[in-house]
Design a protein around this ligand. Sequence first.
Ligand code: AP5
Ligand code: ZN
Length: 216
Amino acid sequence: MRLVLVGPPGAGKGTQAAFIAQARSIPKISTGDIFRANVREGTELGVQAKAFMDSGDLVPDEITIGMVRNRLAEDDAVKGFLLDGFPRNVPQAEVLGGMLDAMGTRLDVVLELVVDDDEVVRRLSGRRTCRNCGHIWHLDFDPSRVEGICDRCSGELFQRDDDRPETVRHRLEVYAEQTSPLVAYYAAKGVLIGIDATGPVDNVTDRALDALRHYG
Ligand code: AP5
Ligand code: ZN
């Protein structure tokens, strides 16, 4: 299955991507995660991306597209993949379509996670990520037994730099202006499915897997 997840910052894309990728045995390709790993390791790509990420702006297309092109060429992506955070605007979607054409394939489905802005702000302000295993937690919804420590691996939890309230507001504007047009773009191609992404994480996963049950 070749799947794209779309939705505003904090919709739960990263959370659901992990469950869906595991359930469907496909690699999860998250451009945000790849950028953050490069920032952590201090690579040239990370240095180029950091200022854009910290301000909540999109990293320029020429940087992002090259990175995705390389990742999709890896062996594990040949039979299918889940893209989380890419494409992020219509030009990226058009390039992705061209890449898949050249590979003789196409997207099966674009799954939109639908949540409103108030919920997004609540989710992002409480988000904490494990430095060790990458698991995504929430301070209120997953009250950890020991504060600041991952329940899965005892790793240290941290707050993302771009989850500051003023940056969150800007990311929502960027989503509305640049990313949300993808919903109509993929609806016109007949591949869009929207699901209600509110309520407990498990319920959203059930809705997502149910919506995807007819696809490869
Ligand atoms: P990216 O990492 O893609 O961030 P994003 O799209 O803003 O999405 P988030 O990771 O913030 O949210 P999410 O939807 O994954 O939510 P999560 O599951 O964590 O991008 C970051 C930056 O990288 C961009 O700003 C840009 O600079 C750059 N970038 C990345 N891709 C790019 C591209 N293609 N082009 C250009 N630039 C790019 O959940 C959020 C919180 O809610 C968590 O705490 C979680 O525990 C909680 N939660 C999740 N589901 C539920 C639920 N059902 N109920 C209660 N809480 C929940
Ligand atoms: Zn952990």
